[in-house]
Design a protein around this ligand. Structure first.
Ligand code: ADE
Length: 249
């Protein structure tokens, strides 16, 4: 059974599709599912689209119709942990839906009927992704990006961490919103818009899930400028490089 590689950005998805050997494509529900191999690994590669509903619908199709055995999600994120810089990488430990709030019926952030606030990723895959990311950051980054891009984004000593990730249907671009997130969910290192939705569907279907996110911005007032620049010049190299280190070695 294939592993699903879901990307949050069309640029990352395009780079993966270009690198793979395609055996079959399925076009449905406004998505294109590419089936084939990446570094000899049987995969289905798809652009998730943005937001929790889009990502949940994509992963449900992958599980129910493409019979994937596992889901790996790649994308970018805004930094919440003050120690993280643009170009650092977060491998998700626990995923949270920061906009889930059914109080006073249940606790803030608890997923209705699931009874959980934190959605854990697969521990084994998380470790493999950490090793692959560290390997990519140590050498691959200088091989895959031009010197001026490395200097422009100060990608001189990027780090990889395993930490909590918060997801919600909001692009966060205010310091006050980041501070609020830190207070509500203290182990969260970064914020994005899909991971915890995919984590919930995978948990409900009992499919291993993991997520790797590159920091593209600081989720502050500059995020609207930093984010598109990073996507255009850097993001695709990261997901490709990390997955190559995961599968090809
Ligand atoms: N993905 C990348 N940056 C983000 C941000 N600041 N907020 C939400 N999702 C993001």
């Amino acid at each position: 059974m294939p592993i699903a590689i879901m990307s949050a950005m069309s640029e990352e998805n395009a780079a993966l599709v270009e690198a793979m050997t395609i055996s079959d494509t399925v076009e449905t529900g406004q998505r294109i599912y590419h089936r084939g191999t990446l570094w000899n690994q049987d995969v289905v590669v798809v652009f998730s689209h943005w937001g929790k509903v889009a990502a949940a619908s994509t992963v449900t199709y992958l599980i129910a119709n493409m019979k994937v055995s596992e889901v790996i999600f790649t994308g970018v994120a805004g930094a919440v942990d003050r120690g993280l810089k643009v170009g650092d990488v977060v491998i998700g430990s626990n995923l949270y839906q920061h906009d889930m709030d059914a109080r006073p019926i249940i606790r803030r952030h608890e997923i209705p009927l699931l009874g959980q606030i934190a959605l854990p990723s697969d521990e084994h895959r998380r470790q493999l992704l950490l090793t692959a990311t560290q390997r990519f950051l140590a050498t691959g980054i200088t091989l895959s990006l031009p010197r001026e891009t490395i200097d422009e984004f100060s990608l001189h000593s990027p780090q990889a961490v395993v930490a909590g990730i918060a997801s919600g249907d909001q692009f966060i671009s205010r310091k006050a919103a980041v501070q609020d997130l830190r207070e509500r969910l203290p182990d969260v290192a970064c914020v994005e818009m899909e991971g915890a939705a995919v984590a919930q569907v995978c948990l409900e279907f009992d499919i291993p899930f993991s997520v790797v996110r590159t920091i593209s911005d600081s989720a502050d007032e500059a995020a609207g400028v930093d984010f598109p620049k990073f996507i255009q010049l850097v993001a695709r190299k990261y997901s490709l490089g990390i997955l190559e280190n995961l599968f090809a070695s």
